[in-house]
Design a protein around this ligand. Structure first.
Ligand code: GUN
Ligand code: ZN
Length: 431
C-alpha cells in the first residue's frame, strides 16, 4: 500500500451550497491533512488529529499556508480552438465560419493534433483543471491525439469525434454512415480505458442531418454509459434557424430528445434560450447544462439563468468553452459567472462558484462517484491554490477576514499564477 499525506488548508463542497452559501454544504479545514492511499482519498481531517496515525514511512508534503481544493472540472471546451481564442468581432454563426472551422480543418494532420493536444492539456493542468469534457474535430485522428495525450498524463478526460454532415465546409463534413462507424470504433478503442470516456458529439442540430442525429441516437442507445455532448440554444439566430429546419419540433431541446440524445450523461453547452417545459424535460430525462459565461459574453450570446435551471432540478456545471470562451482558467470563468448572474439579479457566493466547477460539475457529468470533492474513496485529484501567486492576491489575502472572503478574492483576482501545483491521483502533474 502506498500512503501519501498533504498538509494545507483544505476547502471542498459536500453538496450544493445554493445561492445563500449554506455553510453546512462545505467543509473547511484551516490546518488540514489529506491522506491518499493508492491514488484515492483515504482520510481528510484536522492535521492535529490525523498526523499521529500516519504509517511510519509516510512523508508529509507540506503546503501549509496554501489552500487545497478539488481538481477543477471543465464541462465543455474545444481543444482544436486553442489557437483562435480571442478572435474578435462576430456572433456565433459568423464566428464559426470565419475562425472555428478553418482552425479545425488543420486537425486532419495528426502531427498538428498531437502538438496542440499536449499543449492544451498542460495548460489545463497549469490552471488546476484535472478533468474536462472536450470537443475534438470531425477527424478521428484528432480524437486519438487528445486521448493519447490524456492517457500519458493520467487525466480523467471525456472527448469525442465531432459529427457534422451539412451546412459546414465540405472539408469538415462527414456523413451519417461514416460518422456512426468512426464513432463506434473510437468508442471501442477508448471508452472506459483507464480514466478516459467517450462522448458522442453531434456539433449541433444545424450541422447534422436528421439521418445523422438518428445515427447518433442509435449510438447513445447502444452505449448507454457513454456521454452525449452538443450545443443547445446558445444564440438567437441559431435558435431561429433551428425552428426553420425542424419545423415539426416543439423546441430546440425537443429536436435532440426526438432522436434519443437527451438522456443521463447528456451535456448541453449554453442552454440560454430554454422555456419551462424544456427545463422540466431536461431535469426529468437526466440531461445537464454547461454554463459558459466567458463565451456567452464574448460572442454576445446572452445571460445564463442559473436560478431557473437549478430550481427546475437541472444539473449545471461550469465550462470555459475555449475558443468561444476567452480563458482556460476556471477561476476567471467563475468570476465571469458571478457577473453574468449579477446582471440577472442572482447571487453567486464563492462556495457555490467553486461547487459549479467541482462537485456540481462532477454531478452534471455523472462522475460524482469518483471525483468532485475530497471525500474518502474519491480519486485524489486536487489543486493547490496560492494567494501569494501575485502581488495583488497576496495583498488582498492579508485583509481577508474569512475563508469565504479569501476564496472570493482568489476567484476574482486569481489565474494560473495562483495554482501552485496540480495533482492527479496523488501524483504531481505540474512542475
Ligand atoms: N455551436 C456549434 N459549434 C460551436 C462552437 O464551436 N462553439 C460554440 N461556442 N458554439 C457552437
Ligand atoms: Zn462550444
Amino acid at each position: 500500500m502506498m500512503q501519501q499525506a498533504f498538509r494545507a488548508s483544505i476547502f471542498h463542497c459536500l453538496r450544493d451550497p445554493g445561492p445563500h452559501a449554506d455553510n453546512a454544504a462545505v467543509e473547511y479545514l484551516e490546518d488540514g491533512l489529506l491522506i491518499v492511499e493508492n491514488g484515492v482519498v483515504a482520510k481528510i481531517g484536522a492535521a492535529s488529529e490525523l498526523l499521529t496515525g500516519l504509517a511510519q514511512d509516510t512523508q508529509v508534503e507540506d503546503w501549509s499556508g496554501k489552500l487545497i481544493v478539488p481538481g477543477l472540472i471543465d464541462c465543455h471546451v474545444h481543444y482544436a480552438q486553442l489557437d483562435i481564442i480571442a478572435s474578435a468581432g462576430e456572433q456565433l454563426l459568423d464566428w464559426l465560419n470565419r475562425y472555428a472551422y478553418p482552425a479545425e480543418a488543420k486537425f486532419e494532420n495528426a502531427d498538428h493534433a498531437r502538438e496542440v493536444a499536449g499543449v492544451f492539456l498542460d495548460e489545463l493542468l497549469r490552471n488546476g483543471t484535472t478533468t474536462a469534457l472536450v470537443f475534438a474535430t470531425v477527424f478521428p485522428q484528432s480524437v486519438d491525439a487528445i486521448f493519447e495525450a490524456a492517457a500519458e498524463r493520467n487525466m480523467r478526460l471525456i472527448a469525442g469525434k465531432v459529427l457534422m454532415d451539412r451546412m459546414c465546409p465540405e472539408t469538415l463534413s462527414d456523413d451519417a454512415e461514416s460518422g456512426y462507424a468512426d464513432s463506434k470504433s473510437l468508442i471501442e478503442r477508448w471508452h472506459g480505458k483507464g480514466r478516459l470516456g467517450y462522448a458522442i458529439t453531434p456539433r449541433f442540430a444545424l450541422t447534422s442531418s436528421e439521418e445523422q442525429l438518428a445515427a447518433a441516437g442509435r449510438l447513445a442507445r447502444e452505449y448507454p454509459d457513454t456521454w452525449v455532448h452538443t450545443h443547445l440554444a446558445e444564440n438567437k439566430e441559431e435558435v431561429n434557424q433551428i425552428a426553420g429546419q425542424f419545423a415539426w419540433s416543439r423546441s430546440y431541446l425537443d429536436v435532440y430528445d426526438h432522436f434519443g440524445l437527451l438522456r443521463d450523461r447528456s451535456m448541453f453547452a449554453h442552454c440560454l434560450y430554454l422555456d419551462a417545459d424544456d427545463r422540466e424535460m431536461m431535469a426529468k430525462k437526466g440531461g445537464a447544462a454547461a454554463f459558459c459565461p466567458t463565451s456567452n459574453l464574448f460572442l454576445g450570446s446572452g445571460l445564463f439563468d442559473l436560478q431557473s435551471m437549478s430550481e427546475a432540478g437541472v444539473r449545471v456545471g461550469l465550462a470555459t468553452d475555449v475558443g468561444g470562451g476567452t480563458s482556460l482558467s476556471l477561476l476567471q470563468t467563475m468570476s465571469e459567472a458571478y457577473k453574468v448572474l449579477h446582471l440577472r439579479g442572482q447571487s453567486l457566493p464563492a462556495s457555490r462558484a467553486l461547487y459549479l466547477a467541482t462537485l456540481g460539475a462532477a454531478e452534471a457529468l455523472g462522475l460524482d462517484g469518483c471525483i468532485g470533492n475530497l471525500a474518502p474513496g474519491k480519486e485524489a485529484d486536487f489543486a493547490v491554490l496560492d494567494a501569494g501567486g501575485s502581488t495583488i492576491t497576496a495583498r488582498r489575502a492579508r485583509s481577508a477576514a474569512s475563508i469565504d472572503e479569501l476564496l472570493f478574492a482568489l476567484i476574482f483576482l486569481g489565474d494560473d499564477r495562483n495554482i501552485a501545483a496540480t495533482y492527479l491521483q496523488g501524483q504531481r502533474a505540474t512542475n
